[in-house]
Design a protein around this ligand. Structure first.
Ligand SMILES: [Zn+2]
Ligand SMILES: [Zn+2]
Length: 275
C-alpha cells in the first residue's frame, strides 16, 4: 500500500522506521546477549575482554538510551523521507535504474563513507568541551555489553543518525541497499560492544583482515577513552596515530587464551586493560 505524501503519511513512515530500528536492535543485541552473557557465558569466559561482568543497572542504562535513540532514528528517517518527497535526495525506486553492479557498489560506498563520518564526528565528540555534553552517555559504559550499541545522548543520536540523510544527498541509493547497510552497521556495532574477543590470533596483523577493527579495539576505547576511535576499519586510527600503543599486544593476549578447566586461573590471566 502506497502511503500518501501527507503529514499523517509521514508520521506513519516515521513509526515504521522506529519499529524496524527497534526490532533490528533488540534482535542483534538480544541474540548476542543470549549467547555470550547467558547460554555460553562460562564456555567463552577465556574470550572475555574485561574480566568483570557489568552490573544490571548498567545494562538497563544502555537499553534505556538505545531505545530513546530508536525514536531519534524514526525522526531522522521522517526528515529523509520528507526530503525525498520533495526530490531533494538521490533515493531511487528501481534497482534496474542503475543496475546490480551499482547497487552492490552503493552498499560498499555507504560503509566507507560511514566509517569516515564516524571517525571524525567521534574525534569531534571527544573534544574537551564537547565530550561532557554529547558523548559522556556512551562512555558511561566502561565495560560495554551488546546493549550499548546505540546508547547515546540524544544530541549524539542525531549526529549518528545524520549519516543516512547525508548519504542520500551524496549519491544514488536504493531503499534495499540502505536496509542491507543498516543491518551490517547494527551487526558490527553489536560486535564492537560484545565484550568478548572471538577473532583468531594474528587477525590484527594480517594484511587484509587487519584492516578491520575488532571487539578488543572498541572495548579499549570504552575503558581507556582517548584511543581507538574508528568504527568498521582501522585505516583512520592508523593514519592519525590514534590506535592504542598496546592494541595489537592486548588483542594477541586475548586471542591466544585457551579454555581451561580451571576458569578462575584463566580469568586472573585475562589482560588487564590499563595504561
Ligand atoms: Zn568515544
Ligand atoms: Zn561504543
Amino acid at each position: 500500500m502506497k502511503i500518501p505524501h501527507t503529514f499523517e503519511g509521514l508520521i506513519e513512515k516515521g513509526f515504521h522506521i522506529f519499529a524496524i530500528s527497534t526490532v533490528r536492535y533488540l534482535l542483534f543485541a538480544g541474540v548476542a546477549y543470549l549467547f555470550f552473557y547467558l547460554l555460553f557465558k562460562n564456555k567463552w569466559l577465556h574470550k572475555r575482554i574485561q574480566q568483570k561482568f557489568p552490573e544490571n543497572s548498567n545494562i538497563f542504562f544502555e537499553i534505556k538510551y538505545s531505545m530513546l535513540n530508536m525514536v531519534i532514528f524514526g525522526i531522522t528517517g521522517m526528515f529523509t523521507i520528507w526530503a525525498s518527497w520533495h526530490g531533494w535526495t538521490k533515493i531511487y525506486a528501481e534497482i534496474s535504474d542503475y543496475g546490480m553492479v551499482y547497487f552492490l557498489f552503493s552498499i560498499i560506498a555507504m560503509i566507507f563513507v560511514h566509517d569516515t563520518y564516524f571517525y571524525w564526528t567521534h574525534r569531534f565528540m571527544h573534544l574537551k568541551k564537547v565530550f561532557p555534553l554529547v558523548h559522556k552517555v556512551h562512555h558511561h559504559s566502561l565495560n560495554p555489553t551488546p546493549w550499548a550499541a546505540f546508547s547515546f545522548h540524544p544530541i549524539e543520536g542525531f549526529i549518528e543518525a545524520g549519516i543516512l540523510p547525508l548519504i542520500t544527498f551524496l549519491f544514488p541509493v536504493h531503499p534495499l541497499a540502505i536496509l542491507i547497510f543498516l543491518l551490517f552497521m547494527t551487526a558490527l556495532n553489536v560486535l564492537g560492544h560484545l565484550g568478548f574477543e572471538m577473532y583468531p590470533k594474528g587477525f590484527t596483523k594480517h594484511p587484509l583482515l587487519g584492516l578491520n577493527n575488532t571487539s578488543t579495539h572498541h572495548n579499549m576505547h570504552h575503558s581507556l577513552t582517548n584511543c581507538n576511535y574508528g568504527l568498521y576499519f582501522n585505516f583512520w586510527d592508523k593514519w592519525m596515530g590514534t590506535n592504542h600503543k598496546k592494541y595489537h599486544e592486548t588483542f594477541e593476549k586475548l586471542a591466544a587464551q585457551k579454555a581451561s578447566s580451571d576458569t578462575n586461573t584463566v580469568i586472573k590471566e585475562t589482560v588487564v586493560l590499563s595504561e
